[in-house]
Structures are given as C-alpha cells and as structure tokens.
Design a protein around this ligand. Sequence first.
Ligand code: TRP
Length: 334
Amino acid sequence: MIDGKKVLYSGMQATGNLTLGNYLGALKNWVTISDEYETFFGVVDMHSITIRQDPAELRRRARTLLMLYIAAGLDPEKNCVYYQSHVSGHAELAWILSCFTYMGELNRMTQFKDKAAKHADNINAGLFTYPVLMAADILLYQADVVPVGVDQMQHLELTRDIAQRFNALYGDVFTIPEIYLGKAGAKIMSLQDPSKKMSKSDENPNGSIYLMDDPDTIIRKFKRAVTDSEACVRYSEEQPGIHNLIDIYCASTGKTPAETEREFDGKGYGEFKMAVGEAVVAVLKPLQEHFADLSKNKDYIDSIIKKNDEKARYVSTKTLRKVQKKVGFPEQIR
Ligand code: TRP
C-alpha cells in the first residue's frame, strides 16, 4: 500500500514496434484500471538485452515506448512510467532472488524453452534467469496486482513462489502479488494467420497493425486480412479470421459480438473489413496525435523521466534495504 492505495506493477519490453494487440490487450487496460492504484509501469530494457539488440535502436525504442505509455493515456504525473535500467535496485534484488530460485523451476519455464529454440546461437544465462529479474521488478515495489497476458502467468506464479519462500524464511518482507488477467476477447491475433498472436516480432508486417501505422496502411492491412469462404460475419471458432476481426471491432468500438453479427447480417466481408479498419483508425488517431505532440517536447519528457526515476528509486530502495538486512548484509554507514 502506498498512500492508502494498492500497488500495481507492469511492464513491456522495448523490442519491436508496438502493435494493436499490445494496445487493446494491455495498454488500454492499464489506462482503464490505473486510477484505482498506485502504479509503476516499467520500460523493461534490461530484459531486452537477453536477445542481442542494436544499441542505438534499443535506446530509441525505449524512449518511444515510454512516450507511448503517456500517449495512450497514462498521466505521467500520477503513474510512474520509468526505465528499469535507471533503477539499480532491479539488478541488485534479482541477484538476491536468484539465490532463492531453483534451476529446476527455471528449467520448466516455457518462454525460456521457446526463446532458446528461437535463438539457439545465443542461449545466455540472462535469458535463463529472465523470470528472476521479472520477479524483482514486481517485488521491489511490493505490488498487489500485476496485469499481464496469459503468456506471462507462469512467470507470475514463479514470482509468488519466490516471494512466499523468502517470506517463510525471513518474515513478511514481500507482498504476494495477484495476477490480473485482462478482459477476455482482448487477445488479438495476426491478420495473416489468426492461429498466431499478433506480435511485434512477426516478420510479416501485414499480420500486425502497428500503433504508428497511418490510416491508409491500416485500411490496406484490414482489406488483406485472411478470412474464409463462408461469406458470413459470424462469431464462431470455425471462422478464426472473422472471429479475430470481430474481437478487434468490439475492443475498438465497445460493441458486443452479437451486436456486430446483427450489424453486418447479410453484408459482405469487404464492407465489414472496411468498418473494422475505420474503427481502428479512430481508436489510434488520438493516441498518434498525443504522441506527435510529445515528440515535439523533449524537455517535458526528460523532466518526467528524471522525476519518475527518483520516485521509483525511493520506493524500491526501501524494499531493497529491508531485504539486504534480512539476508545478513552488513549495514551501510551513512
Ligand atoms: N516479461 C514481460 C513480457 O514479456 C515483461 C515484464 C518484465 C513484466 N517485467 C515485468 C510484466 C513485470 C509485468 C511485470 O511481457
């Protein structure tokens, strides 16, 4: 608890360009629930280097992501949007927690197995201990809730196990975080392969809508979206392409799948795709405009970064000092 409010922590990696899936599935949700909590949203750039990155590109993307958090509606005066790499406590706590995490536990992580298979030439120790750093992110701020997608559930469960193990040894040091799963239906799939999640690392740019795509590009991608030959706008598992377009339409307009079926009853896919494209253009327009404004204001963004770094450091240091004391590190003389 901070000032009588529960704490919420979440973060995103600064790799790839953010997609409509990241927005409708995560960011938009964050904005909706942020008012009720004391929030920390990390740009988790330390996690990003578990895969080889171009330094200039990583720096640029990290800043873009931080600005996108703000452009999407997270008021940076109220929500602590910050860079993970600016707060050294993340690395320090991760080290300590790694001594309370078993190899066997990390070996079971499916994301590690997937990423190791994908980057067989660079299976580094950081990729293996990635979930420990994530646990440190969350536990440093004594988070009560962590909104994440289902793909991060295993990491969240590990975080809880580590925290409980530590607490059992040393007393109530960490808050045990709850998983906050977003509303169903917000999982957005690729426009080119509706069996795959829309991903910022997809090689085919037509599968994803990027948050910075201009209206013509958005409409063109929806026109090309993979559907089927049923010629009927129906919310059915047998029509995964149309199912996904309905999900996108509903998440963008607030309508329900049943309403959407009725609205497009007897109409062709061409017309439906056009409507989905326009709905998405309308959702992204204010975000893009806000982003363009922020881009012109370097000093403002810099001042936010400085201020939020300080806040994140202040809150996280309290936890870190407590943990260091518990495990037996000598007290620092000040
Ligand atoms: N691993 C998360 C992802 O890839 C990102 C992340 C890092 C995170 N630290 C976090 C999410 C802490 C929530 C809380 O999506």
